[in-house]
Each structure stands twice: as C-alpha cells, then as structure tokens.
Ligand binder design. Structure first.
Ligand code: ADP
Ligand code: MG
Length: 242
C-alpha cells in the first residue's frame, strides 16, 4: 500500500480549476517532484496531503487513513511542510521557529531537536539559533523553514519550491543536503519545483502538471525519454537534454 494515495482530486476556486481530477500514489521512501508552470495546481495538490486544501471531489489517504477522517491538527503536525514563502514566524528566533513542531508535540527535548534540525539544514546553531528571520539572507531563511519541517522527524515531508529562493551554488548545496537527509532518514517526500532539471536530479519520480492535471508521470530516469510537447519544452528550458 502506498503511504500517500490521491484519487480523482478536484478543486475549484470560483471559475478557476486548480485540480481537475488528479490521482497520485507515493510509496514509502519515494521522493516525488511535482513540476509545472505557475498556476498549474502544484501547491494546491501538495496541500491536499496535509489537508490545508479541502477537496471538492476525490479522496486523499495518508498512512492508510482518509485525511478528512482524522484530526487535521495531528495530521499537520505529523507531516513536515515547507511553505512556498517559507512561512517563518518573524518575531521568533530561528531556534524557536525550528523547534516549533517538537514543542507543539510536547517533546521534552524540543530545543535539542530544533538545534539538530538547524544543523542538518546547514545552519550552525551556535551562529543562527538566536537570530531572527529578518537578520538572515533569503537562502538562510529557506534553510530555517526546512529545519522546522524536519525537526520532529516526520516520515513525510512536503516541500513547496524549497530551493526556489537560492542562488545556483547554494541551491546545489541545498539539493545535496536534502538528498543526504532523504537517504539517512528514509523520509518520503513530495516536493514542488518549476525546474524540471532540479526534479530529475533530486526526485525518484516526476509528475508534470498542467492546468490542474498530471500530464506525465514517470521515474526520473525515464522522463526525458517520454517528454514530448509541453514536457520537452520544460526540459529544454531547464537546460536538461532530452
Ligand atoms: P501552482 O502552485 O502550480 O503555481 P496553485 O496550486 O497555487 O498553482 O494554483 C492553481 C490555480 O488555483 C491557480 O489558477 C490559482 O490562481 C488558483 N488558486 C490557488 N489558490 C487559490 C485561492 N486560495 N483562491 C483562489 N484561487 C486560488
Ligand atoms: Mg505554488
């Protein structure tokens, strides 16, 4: 059984169709990338998994339970989530931000977990724990957001353009750190990117979205071979040769 199962997901906002019948399965240990241009429904789809988006139609099952039949707060705390804009609490220190979920879960060692997560995300806790988000670069803020998502050791990690704000070199480092984390912690990840090249480097499987649908879904190694039309265009734009 897949860890995450999405069946026939439909979501509209007024006249805008955000999800137009999406089905996706994510097995334990996989890292699935959702790729597609702005407005294609990636964020909406990601947020159905931790029930921040409620569907009009369809079903999402996580760890064998329908997400609309479990406590949404407990569900959200059990799933690491890096929001598209980072979503840090501005008047909290980096450490307080990083330790938020372990704190909410009542872990007695929340602070230690927060420090460890900062370290894993590539920020020296000695240097960064006491700083505030406004005292960081965009890339460092993004790392705090990643630290916050992993601090409680979730088995599922949802990341919405986690490396989007980083320059090329830092981005590469962050991708490497994420891949190392995945192999050591065996976390199952769904991450959003508009960069197909990044998806092919980091993910085990890629789902290309367009206008609220998944138009291609394939193991990362096979995407280039299957890419025709729109996906081939995305590939060309991301500098990956098909
Ligand atoms: P992506 O993450 O791929 O850029 P989104 O999932 O954010 O796409 O959005 C998909 C579509 O749904 C877009 O047309 C967007 O404008 C619309 N949409 C998303 N969230 C909302 C919202 N809260 N209210 C109204 N429209 C929304
Ligand atoms: Mg988005």
């Amino acid at each position: 059984m897949a860890l995450i199962e999405i069946d026939g997901a439909e979501k509209r906002y007024g006249d805008a169709v955000a999800l137009d019948g999406v089905s996706l399965r994510v097995g334990a240990g996989e890292c699935v990338a959702l790729v597609g241009e702005s407005g294609s429904g990636k964020t909406t789809l990601l947020r159905t998994i931790n029930r921040l988006t409620a569907l009009d139609r369809g079903r999402v099952v996580v760890r064998g339970e329908a997400v609309d039949e479990v406590d949404p707060v407990a569900l959200r705390r059990s799933i690491g989530y890096v929001q598209q804009d980072g979503g840090l609490i501005p008047h909290w220190t980096c450490l307080a931000n990083a330790a938020l979920v372990p704190e909410l879960l009542g872990h007695p060692d929340a602070e230690r977990r927060g420090r460890r997560a900062l370290d894993t995300a590539g920020l020296d806790p000695q240097v960064f724990a006491a700083r505030y988000p406004r005292e960081l670069s965009g890339g460092q803020r993004q790392r705090v957001a990643i630290a916050r998502a992993i601090a409680a050791d979730p088995d599922i990690l949802l990341m919405d353009e986690p490396f989007g704000a980083l320059d090329a070199i830092t981005r590469h480092e962050a991708q490497e750190a994420f891949m190392a984390l995945r192999s050591s912690a065996r976390v199952t990840a769904v991450f959003v990117t508009h960069d197909l090249g990044e998806a092919l480097r980091v993910a085990t499987r890629v789902a290309v979205m367009r206008a609220g649908r998944i138009v291609i879904e394939a193991p990362a190694a096979e995407v280039a071979g299957k890419a025709t039309g729109y996906a081939a265009e995305l590939l060309a734009r991301s500098g990956v040769s098909a």
